[in-house]
Unconditional design. Structure first.
Length: 139
């Protein structure tokens, strides 16, 4: 992806492109699985944790990434699809956590069915994580 394409992707979410945000976005795009703050920190070694955390927070607030809570104890982040608005139930989907390699995968095509909750319970977010073994750990 070119810098221009990365900038466009940020601007489409009303995020002002800065050098740091472009680096973080580029890293996110290159990953097959969801990333944690520590993953980001070990990749961008010259950046401090607070700045990286704020960058992910900004991305999340603008709907560029969503967060996942899996059994690893770390919050993970994955890119949203371009048309995602992070709303229930349309954009809520299944995640898969591999308990061997501790990687978390995003399955945007596996949507979560709308739940028949008791009256006056208003869902805003669903954390749906399947735990198991991924293909590389199974073989
Ligand atoms: Zn695995
Ligand atoms: Zn996801």
């Amino acid at each position: 992806m070119t810098t221009k394409e990365l900038e466009d992707k940020l601007q489409a979410r009303d995020i002002h492109p800065t050098a740091m945000r472009l680096l973080v976005l580029e890293y996110l795009i290159g990953q097959e699985e969801a990333i944690s703050l520590s993953d980001l920190e070990s990749h961008l070694t010259h950046s401090d944790r607070t700045t990286l955390y704020r960058t992910l927070k900004t991305f999340r607030e603008h709907g560029l990434v969503h967060q996942i809570h899996d059994d690893s104890g770390n919050t993970k982040y994955a890119l949203c699809r371009d048309d995602c608005t992070c709303s229930y139930p349309d954009d809520m989907h299944v995640h898969f956590y591999c308990s061997r390699c501790e990687k978390t995968y995003c399955f945007p095509h596996l949507t979560i069915p709308e739940m028949d909750l008791p009256d006056s319970f208003e869902p805003t977010y669903v954390n749906f994580v399947v735990t198991g073994t991924c293909p590389s750990c199974a073989s």
